[in-house]
Design a binder for this molecule. Structure first.
Ligand SMILES: Cc1ncccc1-c1cc(O)c2nc[nH]c(=O)c2c1
Ligand SMILES: [Mg+2]
Length: 215
């Protein structure tokens, strides 16, 4: 059967990037996104903002909700030390399969723990099954309608500590208004909005919310 868009991006990466070179993989995905087919990767513009947050935080324990094709997982993992523990969770099996190959091509499979499951099931298991004490950083980029559900799950499962940095994509497009309202008004976070551009767009606005847990 015909390839999916995600498989077309993976093929383009395998034919145009250098194996074991994460930056060349990111560049190939972004070139495809700008020039050939739009896809919901974080992208180069918002990606540069996330890079800065990851470098500033230097997390030893990191969680990503929403792997998709693995673009942001590669973006994050390329900045982490070998000793860091980084888990990424994806519900869709087909996307997870593409991500696994993309991450392997980038040579980062030893630095990323890929979990194919529902985040609502994984979050309560992180302490027992994945030996997590607390998280230093979280990147939320799965489905806007479950952002609030999942950050509350992180809270009730005692996975956040004073200073944990939670970053969320798509605050403007498609928009996560309930999430923005929650983190900005619940009193548990110091939250800032970082305006940017929607992925592979010169015109559309989007942005990342960065919320530091007060403990
Ligand atoms: C797909 C789409 N169409 C129009 C507007 C925005 C989106 C869009 C963009 C993203 O960055 C997404 N990230 C994670 N999960 C999503 O569902 C998602 C959806
Ligand atoms: Mg997104």
């Amino acid at each position: 059967s015909a390839m999916s868009k995600e498989q077309r991006v993976l093929q383009y990466v395998q034919q145009n990037a250098s194996r074991g070179d994460p930056d060349s993989v990111l560049a190939a995905v972004d070139k495809f996104g700008w020039e050939t087919e739009w896809a919901m990767n974080l992208g180069d513009v918002k990606g540069a903002i996330l890079d800065r947050f990851v470098k500033e935080t230097a997390p030893q324990t990191m969680l990503e909700l929403g792997t998709y094709m693995g673009y942001s997982a590669i973006r994050i993992a390329r900045l982490l030390p070998e000793t860091a523990k980084f888990m990424t969770v994806e519900f869709d099996q087909e996307n997870a399969a593409v991500a696994r190959e993309m991450i392997e091509f980038a040579g980062l499979q030893n630095r990323i723990i890929q979990i194919t499951s529902d985040t609502a099931d994984v979050i309560p298991q992180l302490k027992t099954k994945y030996d997590v004490e607390t998280l230093d950083m979280v990147f939320i980029d799965h489905w806007k309608d479950v952002y609030v559900r999942d950050i509350k799950l992180l809270e009730t499962n005692k996975l956040l500590r004073k200073g944990t940095v939670v970053v969320a994509d798509n605050i403007i497009k498609p928009g996560a208004p309930e999430y923005a309202e929650y983190v900005r008004t619940c009193g548990k976070y110091d939250s800032t909005f970082h305006e940017s551009r929607f992925e592979y767009s010169n015109d559309d606005i989007d942005g990342l919310e960065k919320s530091v847990f007060r403990g």
